[in-house]
Design a protein around this ligand. Structure first.
Ligand code: COI
Length: 363
Protein backbone atom coordinates (compact mmCIF):
# COMPACT_ATOMS: atom_id res chain seq x y z
CA UNK A 1 0.00 0.00 0.00
CA UNK A 2 1.13 3.51 -0.73
CA UNK A 3 -0.24 6.58 1.00
CA UNK A 4 -1.18 9.34 -1.40
CA UNK A 5 0.57 12.62 -0.83
CA UNK A 6 -0.92 15.02 -3.36
CA UNK A 7 -1.26 18.48 -1.90
CA UNK A 8 -4.84 19.03 -3.10
CA UNK A 9 -6.06 15.85 -1.50
CA UNK A 10 -9.39 16.12 0.20
CA UNK A 11 -9.12 12.94 2.23
CA UNK A 12 -6.52 10.25 2.64
CA UNK A 13 -6.77 7.67 -0.11
CA UNK A 14 -4.91 4.42 -0.32
CA UNK A 15 -3.72 2.90 -3.56
CA UNK A 16 -3.65 -0.84 -3.26
CA UNK A 17 -0.80 -2.22 -5.35
CA UNK A 18 -0.60 -5.80 -6.55
CA UNK A 19 2.71 -6.22 -8.37
CA UNK A 20 3.13 -8.66 -11.21
CA UNK A 21 4.90 -11.89 -10.30
CA UNK A 22 6.61 -12.00 -13.67
CA UNK A 23 7.52 -8.85 -15.56
CA UNK A 24 7.26 -9.05 -19.37
CA UNK A 25 9.98 -6.42 -19.70
CA UNK A 26 12.92 -8.82 -20.25
CA UNK A 27 11.24 -10.21 -23.38
CA UNK A 28 10.25 -6.76 -24.72
CA UNK A 29 12.45 -4.87 -27.17
CA UNK A 30 11.93 -1.20 -26.33
CA UNK A 31 13.79 -0.20 -29.49
CA UNK A 32 11.42 -2.03 -31.86
CA UNK A 33 7.96 -0.75 -31.04
CA UNK A 34 4.85 -0.55 -33.14
CA UNK A 35 2.51 2.16 -31.84
CA UNK A 36 -0.05 0.87 -29.35
CA UNK A 37 0.72 -2.83 -29.49
CA UNK A 38 2.88 -3.37 -26.40
CA UNK A 39 1.57 -2.84 -22.88
CA UNK A 40 3.50 -2.43 -19.68
CA UNK A 41 3.19 -4.67 -16.61
CA UNK A 42 0.54 -2.82 -14.62
CA UNK A 43 -2.77 -0.99 -14.94
CA UNK A 44 -4.88 1.16 -12.66
CA UNK A 45 -8.55 0.43 -11.93
CA UNK A 46 -11.05 2.46 -9.99
CA UNK A 47 -14.79 1.78 -9.98
CA UNK A 48 -17.69 4.13 -9.48
CA UNK A 49 -20.59 2.30 -7.83
CA UNK A 50 -23.68 3.48 -6.00
CA UNK A 51 -22.71 7.11 -6.49
CA UNK A 52 -19.15 6.96 -5.17
CA UNK A 53 -15.62 6.17 -6.24
CA UNK A 54 -13.76 3.25 -4.73
CA UNK A 55 -10.05 3.55 -3.88
CA UNK A 56 -7.76 3.10 -6.89
CA UNK A 57 -6.00 -0.22 -7.35
CA UNK A 58 -2.90 -1.01 -9.38
CA UNK A 59 -2.85 -4.56 -10.69
CA UNK A 60 -0.96 -6.64 -13.23
CA UNK A 61 -2.09 -5.83 -16.79
CA UNK A 62 -4.68 -8.41 -17.77
CA UNK A 63 -7.93 -8.96 -19.67
CA UNK A 64 -11.20 -7.76 -18.22
CA UNK A 65 -14.30 -9.78 -17.63
CA UNK A 66 -17.46 -7.77 -18.22
CA UNK A 67 -21.13 -8.56 -18.79
CA UNK A 68 -22.20 -8.81 -22.44
CA UNK A 69 -25.01 -6.44 -21.43
CA UNK A 70 -22.58 -3.72 -20.27
CA UNK A 71 -24.04 -0.51 -21.58
CA UNK A 72 -20.68 0.69 -22.98
CA UNK A 73 -20.82 -2.08 -25.57
CA UNK A 74 -24.27 -1.13 -26.79
CA UNK A 75 -24.43 2.63 -26.53
CA UNK A 76 -20.78 3.71 -26.44
CA UNK A 77 -20.75 5.63 -23.18
CA UNK A 78 -16.98 5.76 -23.12
CA UNK A 79 -14.32 8.47 -23.03
CA UNK A 80 -10.54 8.44 -23.01
CA UNK A 81 -7.39 10.52 -22.82
CA UNK A 82 -3.92 10.30 -24.31
CA UNK A 83 -0.78 11.62 -22.66
CA UNK A 84 2.86 10.63 -22.43
CA UNK A 85 5.75 10.04 -20.04
CA UNK A 86 9.28 10.69 -21.29
CA UNK A 87 12.69 9.51 -20.07
CA UNK A 88 16.15 10.65 -21.07
CA UNK A 89 19.29 8.55 -21.36
CA UNK A 90 20.40 9.71 -17.90
CA UNK A 91 17.23 8.24 -16.37
CA UNK A 92 15.27 11.42 -15.62
CA UNK A 93 11.58 10.93 -16.39
CA UNK A 94 8.28 12.75 -16.12
CA UNK A 95 4.90 13.65 -17.58
CA UNK A 96 4.04 16.46 -20.00
CA UNK A 97 1.16 18.64 -18.74
CA UNK A 98 -0.97 15.82 -17.26
CA UNK A 99 -3.16 18.38 -15.46
CA UNK A 100 -4.54 19.51 -18.83
CA UNK A 101 -5.55 15.95 -19.76
CA UNK A 102 -7.19 15.43 -16.39
CA UNK A 103 -9.24 18.61 -16.79
CA UNK A 104 -10.25 17.64 -20.33
CA UNK A 105 -11.23 14.12 -19.26
CA UNK A 106 -13.64 15.63 -16.78
CA UNK A 107 -15.09 17.97 -19.41
CA UNK A 108 -15.64 14.93 -21.62
CA UNK A 109 -17.25 13.09 -18.68
CA UNK A 110 -19.76 15.89 -18.11
CA UNK A 111 -20.76 15.92 -21.80
CA UNK A 112 -21.17 12.15 -21.87
CA UNK A 113 -23.25 12.11 -18.68
CA UNK A 114 -20.57 10.32 -16.67
CA UNK A 115 -19.16 11.01 -13.20
CA UNK A 116 -16.07 13.21 -13.03
CA UNK A 117 -12.90 11.80 -11.51
CA UNK A 118 -11.43 13.56 -8.46
CA UNK A 119 -8.39 15.33 -9.93
CA UNK A 120 -6.05 14.56 -7.05
CA UNK A 121 -6.89 10.86 -7.09
CA UNK A 122 -6.40 10.75 -10.88
CA UNK A 123 -3.05 12.54 -10.64
CA UNK A 124 -1.74 10.45 -7.76
CA UNK A 125 -2.83 7.16 -9.32
CA UNK A 126 -1.26 8.18 -12.63
CA UNK A 127 2.07 9.15 -11.01
CA UNK A 128 2.15 5.96 -8.95
CA UNK A 129 1.49 3.79 -12.02
CA UNK A 130 4.15 5.54 -14.11
CA UNK A 131 6.70 5.29 -11.27
CA UNK A 132 6.00 1.60 -10.83
CA UNK A 133 6.44 0.88 -14.55
CA UNK A 134 9.11 3.51 -15.22
CA UNK A 135 11.45 0.85 -16.60
CA UNK A 136 8.96 0.63 -19.48
CA UNK A 137 9.57 4.23 -20.57
CA UNK A 138 11.78 3.96 -23.65
CA UNK A 139 14.63 6.44 -23.89
CA UNK A 140 14.93 6.66 -27.69
CA UNK A 141 14.84 10.19 -29.14
CA UNK A 142 11.26 9.91 -30.45
CA UNK A 143 10.08 7.30 -27.95
CA UNK A 144 7.82 7.63 -24.91
CA UNK A 145 5.35 5.80 -22.72
CA UNK A 146 1.89 6.50 -24.14
CA UNK A 147 -0.64 6.70 -21.31
CA UNK A 148 -4.26 5.83 -21.94
CA UNK A 149 -6.77 6.72 -19.18
CA UNK A 150 -10.35 5.71 -20.01
CA UNK A 151 -13.76 5.63 -18.38
CA UNK A 152 -16.67 3.45 -19.45
CA UNK A 153 -20.19 2.47 -18.44
CA UNK A 154 -20.59 -0.93 -16.79
CA UNK A 155 -24.29 -1.25 -15.90
CA UNK A 156 -25.66 -4.64 -16.92
CA UNK A 157 -28.71 -3.14 -18.63
CA UNK A 158 -29.71 -2.70 -22.22
CA UNK A 159 -32.28 0.07 -21.84
CA UNK A 160 -31.01 3.38 -23.15
CA UNK A 161 -30.05 5.54 -20.21
CA UNK A 162 -26.91 6.84 -18.56
CA UNK A 163 -25.23 4.04 -16.64
CA UNK A 164 -25.22 4.17 -12.85
CA UNK A 165 -21.86 2.46 -12.48
CA UNK A 166 -18.54 3.07 -14.27
CA UNK A 167 -14.98 1.84 -14.44
CA UNK A 168 -11.97 4.16 -14.75
CA UNK A 169 -8.69 2.64 -15.89
CA UNK A 170 -5.20 3.66 -16.97
CA UNK A 171 -3.02 1.45 -19.14
CA UNK A 172 0.35 2.40 -20.58
CA UNK A 173 2.15 1.47 -23.77
CA UNK A 174 5.79 2.10 -24.74
CA UNK A 175 5.78 3.69 -28.20
CA UNK A 176 7.96 5.12 -30.89
CA UNK A 177 7.04 7.86 -33.40
CA UNK A 178 3.35 7.70 -34.44
CA UNK A 179 4.03 8.67 -38.05
CA UNK A 180 7.26 7.62 -39.68
CA UNK A 181 6.85 10.00 -42.60
CA UNK A 182 4.99 13.19 -43.58
CA UNK A 183 1.32 12.69 -44.41
CA UNK A 184 -0.96 13.52 -47.31
CA UNK A 185 -4.48 14.65 -46.42
CA UNK A 186 -7.75 14.81 -48.33
CA UNK A 187 -10.19 17.67 -47.72
CA UNK A 188 -13.37 15.90 -46.56
CA UNK A 189 -16.39 17.62 -48.04
CA UNK A 190 -19.01 14.94 -47.53
CA UNK A 191 -18.61 13.22 -44.16
CA UNK A 192 -18.51 15.03 -40.84
CA UNK A 193 -16.50 14.46 -37.67
CA UNK A 194 -18.42 16.80 -35.38
CA UNK A 195 -21.44 19.10 -35.37
CA UNK A 196 -22.44 22.09 -33.27
CA UNK A 197 -24.17 20.77 -30.17
CA UNK A 198 -22.51 17.39 -30.61
CA UNK A 199 -19.57 15.75 -28.87
CA UNK A 200 -16.63 16.89 -31.03
CA UNK A 201 -14.85 18.76 -28.21
CA UNK A 202 -14.99 15.67 -25.99
CA UNK A 203 -12.64 12.72 -26.31
CA UNK A 204 -15.59 10.38 -26.72
CA UNK A 205 -14.92 6.92 -28.18
CA UNK A 206 -17.79 7.27 -30.67
CA UNK A 207 -16.18 10.32 -32.33
CA UNK A 208 -13.33 8.06 -33.39
CA UNK A 209 -15.60 5.19 -34.48
CA UNK A 210 -17.55 7.54 -36.76
CA UNK A 211 -14.37 8.78 -38.41
CA UNK A 212 -13.13 5.35 -39.49
CA UNK A 213 -15.23 4.84 -42.60
CA UNK A 214 -14.41 8.20 -44.26
CA UNK A 215 -10.77 7.68 -43.26
CA UNK A 216 -10.78 4.27 -44.91
CA UNK A 217 -12.23 5.75 -48.11
CA UNK A 218 -9.43 8.33 -48.10
CA UNK A 219 -6.82 5.57 -47.57
CA UNK A 220 -8.28 3.65 -50.52
CA UNK A 221 -7.86 6.79 -52.62
CA UNK A 222 -4.20 6.97 -51.61
CA UNK A 223 -4.30 9.58 -48.81
CA UNK A 224 -3.03 9.07 -45.28
CA UNK A 225 -5.57 11.17 -43.45
CA UNK A 226 -8.51 13.55 -43.75
CA UNK A 227 -8.74 17.27 -43.37
CA UNK A 228 -12.13 17.61 -41.69
CA UNK A 229 -14.37 20.54 -42.57
CA UNK A 230 -17.42 22.01 -40.82
CA UNK A 231 -20.69 20.09 -40.91
CA UNK A 232 -22.84 22.79 -42.54
CA UNK A 233 -20.87 24.20 -45.45
CA UNK A 234 -17.93 21.79 -45.61
CA UNK A 235 -15.79 24.85 -46.25
CA UNK A 236 -14.13 25.71 -42.93
CA UNK A 237 -11.24 23.58 -41.73
CA UNK A 238 -11.59 21.87 -38.36
CA UNK A 239 -9.07 19.12 -37.61
CA UNK A 240 -6.85 16.68 -39.44
CA UNK A 241 -7.32 12.97 -38.75
CA UNK A 242 -7.22 12.69 -34.95
CA UNK A 243 -5.21 15.88 -34.53
CA UNK A 244 -5.58 19.64 -34.41
CA UNK A 245 -4.25 21.32 -37.53
CA UNK A 246 -2.12 24.42 -38.14
CA UNK A 247 -0.95 26.35 -41.19
CA UNK A 248 1.85 28.84 -41.73
CA UNK A 249 0.90 31.56 -44.21
CA UNK A 250 3.20 34.57 -44.65
CA UNK A 251 4.93 33.79 -41.35
CA UNK A 252 1.64 33.77 -39.43
CA UNK A 253 0.60 30.63 -37.55
CA UNK A 254 -3.09 30.01 -38.18
CA UNK A 255 -5.34 27.39 -36.58
CA UNK A 256 -9.11 26.95 -36.24
CA UNK A 257 -10.40 28.59 -33.06
CA UNK A 258 -11.68 26.27 -30.34
CA UNK A 259 -15.39 25.51 -30.55
CA UNK A 260 -17.85 22.77 -29.71
CA UNK A 261 -16.52 20.81 -32.66
CA UNK A 262 -12.81 21.05 -31.95
CA UNK A 263 -10.76 19.20 -29.37
CA UNK A 264 -8.85 21.43 -26.98
CA UNK A 265 -5.53 19.71 -27.67
CA UNK A 266 -2.69 19.94 -25.16
CA UNK A 267 -0.14 19.97 -28.00
CA UNK A 268 -2.28 22.61 -29.74
CA UNK A 269 -2.22 24.88 -26.66
CA UNK A 270 1.48 24.28 -26.11
CA UNK A 271 2.36 24.97 -29.75
CA UNK A 272 0.45 28.25 -29.76
CA UNK A 273 2.16 29.34 -26.53
CA UNK A 274 5.64 28.47 -27.81
CA UNK A 275 4.99 30.22 -31.13
CA UNK A 276 3.94 33.36 -29.22
CA UNK A 277 7.06 33.06 -27.01
CA UNK A 278 9.09 33.05 -30.22
CA UNK A 279 7.38 36.26 -31.37
CA UNK A 280 5.24 34.75 -34.09
CA UNK A 281 1.87 36.16 -35.02
CA UNK A 282 -0.69 33.56 -33.95
CA UNK A 283 -4.26 33.55 -35.26
CA UNK A 284 -7.02 31.36 -33.83
CA UNK A 285 -9.94 31.85 -36.17
CA UNK A 286 -12.07 30.34 -38.91
CA UNK A 287 -10.00 29.27 -41.87
CA UNK A 288 -11.58 28.27 -45.16
CA UNK A 289 -10.37 25.69 -47.64
CA UNK A 290 -10.46 28.50 -50.18
CA UNK A 291 -7.94 30.50 -48.14
CA UNK A 292 -5.58 27.52 -48.16
CA UNK A 293 -6.05 27.01 -51.90
CA UNK A 294 -5.33 30.71 -52.53
CA UNK A 295 -2.28 30.74 -50.24
CA UNK A 296 -0.93 27.68 -52.00
CA UNK A 297 -1.53 29.24 -55.41
CA UNK A 298 0.26 32.44 -54.43
CA UNK A 299 3.15 30.55 -52.80
CA UNK A 300 2.54 31.91 -49.29
CA UNK A 301 1.50 28.60 -47.69
CA UNK A 302 4.84 27.45 -46.32
CA UNK A 303 3.76 24.80 -43.81
CA UNK A 304 0.87 22.68 -42.63
CA UNK A 305 1.02 20.24 -39.76
CA UNK A 306 -1.15 18.25 -37.43
CA UNK A 307 -0.49 18.45 -33.71
CA UNK A 308 -1.51 15.90 -31.13
CA UNK A 309 -0.14 13.87 -28.26
CA UNK A 310 0.58 10.78 -30.31
CA UNK A 311 2.57 12.47 -33.11
CA UNK A 312 3.45 15.82 -31.47
CA UNK A 313 4.00 17.52 -34.87
CA UNK A 314 2.97 15.64 -38.03
CA UNK A 315 4.12 17.42 -41.18
CA UNK A 316 1.53 17.51 -43.96
CA UNK A 317 3.30 17.06 -47.27
CA UNK A 318 0.27 17.45 -49.56
CA UNK A 319 -3.37 18.52 -49.38
CA UNK A 320 -5.90 17.25 -51.92
CA UNK A 321 -9.11 19.16 -52.49
CA UNK A 322 -11.02 17.17 -55.09
CA UNK A 323 -8.76 17.08 -58.14
CA UNK A 324 -6.57 19.89 -56.86
CA UNK A 325 -3.47 18.21 -55.40
CA UNK A 326 -1.47 20.83 -53.51
CA UNK A 327 2.12 19.81 -52.81
CA UNK A 328 3.68 21.79 -49.98
CA UNK A 329 7.33 22.88 -49.66
CA UNK A 330 9.91 20.18 -48.81
CA UNK A 331 10.05 19.15 -45.14
CA UNK A 332 13.67 20.39 -44.78
CA UNK A 333 12.39 23.91 -45.48
CA UNK A 334 9.67 23.76 -42.76
CA UNK A 335 11.23 26.19 -40.28
CA UNK A 336 8.49 26.25 -37.66
CA UNK A 337 7.35 22.60 -37.65
CA UNK A 338 10.92 21.35 -37.39
CA UNK A 339 11.87 23.89 -34.73
CA UNK A 340 8.77 23.02 -32.67
CA UNK A 341 9.49 19.31 -32.89
CA UNK A 342 13.06 19.88 -31.68
CA UNK A 343 11.92 22.20 -28.90
CA UNK A 344 9.29 19.77 -27.58
CA UNK A 345 11.71 16.83 -27.74
CA UNK A 346 14.38 18.81 -25.86
CA UNK A 347 11.83 19.89 -23.26
CA UNK A 348 10.47 16.39 -22.72
CA UNK A 349 14.00 14.98 -22.40
CA UNK A 350 14.92 17.68 -19.83
CA UNK A 351 17.48 19.29 -22.14
CA UNK A 352 16.07 22.79 -22.18
CA UNK A 353 14.70 25.34 -19.73
CA UNK A 354 11.08 24.48 -18.82
CA UNK A 355 9.97 28.10 -18.56
CA UNK A 356 6.26 27.29 -18.28
CA UNK A 357 6.71 24.42 -15.81
CA UNK A 358 5.04 21.93 -18.16
CA UNK A 359 7.06 18.86 -17.15
CA UNK A 360 6.12 17.04 -13.97
CA UNK A 361 9.30 15.21 -13.08
CA UNK A 362 8.75 11.89 -11.32
CA UNK A 363 12.33 10.58 -11.04
C1 COI B 1 -3.53 12.12 -30.41
O1 COI B 1 -2.81 12.40 -31.35
O2 COI B 1 -3.32 12.59 -29.32
C2 COI B 1 -4.63 11.19 -30.54
O3 COI B 1 -5.65 11.43 -30.00
C3 COI B 1 -4.40 9.99 -31.32
C4 COI B 1 -4.79 8.78 -30.55
C5 COI B 1 -6.25 8.50 -30.72
C6 COI B 1 -3.92 7.61 -30.87
Amino acid sequence: MHRLTHKNMIETQLIQIEKTKRSRLPETDLEQLEFGKTFSDHMLIMDYRDGKWSSPKIEPYRNLSISPASSVIHYGQSIFEGMKAFKNKEGRYGLFRPDKNIERMNRSAVRMCMPTIPENVFMDGLCELVRLDNQWIPTGEMASLYIRPFLFAIDEYIGVKASKDYRFMIITSPVNAYYTKPVSVKVERKYTRAVKGGTGFAKAAGNYAGSLYPARLANEQGYDQLLWTDATEHEYIEESGTMNVMFVIEDRLITPALSETILDGVTRRSTLQVAKDWGLQVEERRISVNEIVEAHRSGTLSEAFGCGTAATIAHIRAIADGDNMMELPPIEERKLGNKLMKYFTDLKKFRTDDKHGWMIELS
